[in-house]
Ligand binder design. Sequence first.
Ligand code: UDP
Length: 338
Amino acid sequence: MTILVTGGLGYIGSHTVVELLNNHFDVVIVDDLSNSEKFILDNIEEVTGKSPVYYPFDLKRRELLTQLLDAHKIDGCINFAAFKAVGESQVIPLDYYENNLFSLINILQEFKTRNISNFIFSSSCTVYGQADEMPIDENTPLKEAESSYGKTKQMGESILKDFATAYHKKVSLLRYFNPIGAHPSAKLGELPIGVPNNLIPYVTQTAAGIREKLSIWGDDYPTPDGTAIRDYIYVVDLAKAHVAALKKLINDPSETVIDIFNLGTGKGSSVLEVVHAFENANQVSVPYQICERRAGDITIAYANADKAEKELGWKADTSLEEALRTTWEWQQYLESRN
Ligand code: UDP
């Protein structure tokens, strides 16, 4: 079967392409390189020994998508192509709505017309807002998302539910917690573009001496050590969940399917625990200072991922330390390229 992977050269997309190829799917990638670089495609080929088809275009260009679908028989899609910086989405919300939703609707219009099903959507735990109870399971009520980015994910989910219901399609909405780490080959990982906002890239660059000090945003949260708690999931485990979710859709005999899965480890770790785990795993030090809380941050978010385990036969079992070791190896690789 041939799977269209949009954003397939991005952080989670590239790892998922590798897992798809390892599971004998053919892959057609569309990626406009707005948050990636061409060498990631070479590295996918090096890691897998296979050459996915690649198109460098923006999915808002419907006519280019039409041409692609005329040229390839596509059996499903994993849609990663989207802007994803929470803070930036507050500054340029219209660009977020335009990019994340227009491209999604273009693909769905084509799938509707061409009778293609099996659509997997990159969603996010941000759709829950600040949940009242932990852990967060799939029945936890969705609250208004805190950012325009989160709203594009909530809207994307609604669009897909309506799409599946009205046109009898199979869709899976995957709500990621905090993805971290890099491929064990050290050839794929999160590319550092600008000053990192997320914790792990900032920790890594601080350990590498690129940043002077990590700022820990708040140590007065109501948690055991005062720092905020998240559920950090290893990116390769996350990529494998996509293949499991895709296989479930393909094998499901029903005409209409709307799957929703939380993808996390089920375990929360505080910012200080992450910093110390990174130091232990890599035998490096990470200088830090405690600062004021960051606006918009929630205290605690971790998943109940039992549903994915039960229905997909999937579990995130890579330890935090192991994931953080791969991050450090990826950092060494990036430095060796310079
Ligand atoms: N964080 C931090 N310093 C940083 C970046 C993040 O203390 O430089 C904290 C942040 O306040 C949150 C956690 O690390 O509690 C995870 O933040 P990230 O931005 O990686 O993910 P989020 O859960 O906010 O999407």
